[in-house]
Design a protein around this ligand. Structure first.
Ligand SMILES: Cc1cc2nc3c(=O)[nH]c(=O)nc-3n(C[C@H](O)[C@H](O)[C@H](O)COP(=O)(O)O)c2cc1C
Length: 211
């Protein structure tokens, strides 16, 4: 296990994966657990993590992803999806689960339900989608950190047609929409990205201190 800064210096967005190296079940479970534990606004967790290993489906997603080879060549592909809307059913499920986890009646978490319902009512449907999308990116960030800490590689991707991917994965009947995805596995020695110098703005340019 690496220290987080060491891990973030080691990682890079992997483009070419070693097709012979697969993630172990333990490693995959570790990554999914890190994603599951990600924080979200109000704790609503408006996400599903879709792990795609089927080669035919991966080939179709690759077509919908501008032919990016990592979509089908990495050990695993994880698609991050959000509910089509944060409606009463989503909020109900959430509130019931919170009550269960706390060992209280649903009535005892009425304040939380009112807060989430009120906040969602202030947004348009598009605004609620944008809100859910923001949450899913937190889980993506956690994944990108978790892989690095564990010495695993990942290639995050927004470069795909979400409507096509939704269709390939049959997400509409599940009330879901894809947002972002990540190829996960192990870097190939031939990956040119591995040696390209990464740019990060210096601290003075990205940190504003207001004292
Ligand atoms: C949300 C997100 C979407 C990205 N989408 C793509 C993509 O579709 N294809 C790709 O090759 N790289 C993609 N990248 C990789 C970025 O180009 C890369 O993170 C950036 O250049 C910084 O390099 P580094 O991750 O190696 O530090 C994406 C990165 C993020 C965080």
């Amino acid at each position: 296990m690496k220290d987080v800064i060491e891990a973030l210096n080691w990682r890079y967005s992997t483009n070419v994966f070693d097709q012979n190296k697969r993630l172990s079940t333990e490693d995959l479970d570790y990554l999914l657990e890190a994603m599951r534990l990600s924080p979200s606004s109000f704790g609503v967790q408006p996400w599903k993590f879709i792990v795609v290993t089927n080669p035919e489906i991966r080939a179709k997603i690759r077509e919908a992803g501008y032919g990016q080879p990592k979509i089908s060549e990495a050990s695993h592909l994880i698609v991050f999806a959000i509910p089509k809307d944060i409606n009463e059913t989503v909020i109900d499920n959430f509130v019931k689960a919170v009550a269960k986890a706390r060992g209280v009646e649903v009535d005892a978490v009425k304040g939380l339900r009112d807060m989430v319902t009120g906040s969602m009512a202030q947004k348009t449907e598009e605004g609620r989608r944008a809100w859910a999308t923001n949450q899913v990116y937190i889980a993506l960030g956690v994944l990108l950190t978790a892989v690095a800490v564990r010495g695993i590689d990942a290639g995050p991707m927004e470069g795909f047609d979400p409507k096509k991917v939704d269709e390939i994965l049959g997400l509409a009947p599940l009330g879901l929409e894809s947002r972002v995805m990540a190829a996960v596995g192990y870097r190939s020695e031939s990956d040119p990205n591995a040696n390209s110098k990464r740019m990060r703005f210096p601290k003075e340019e990205v940190v504003i201190e207001i004292k």
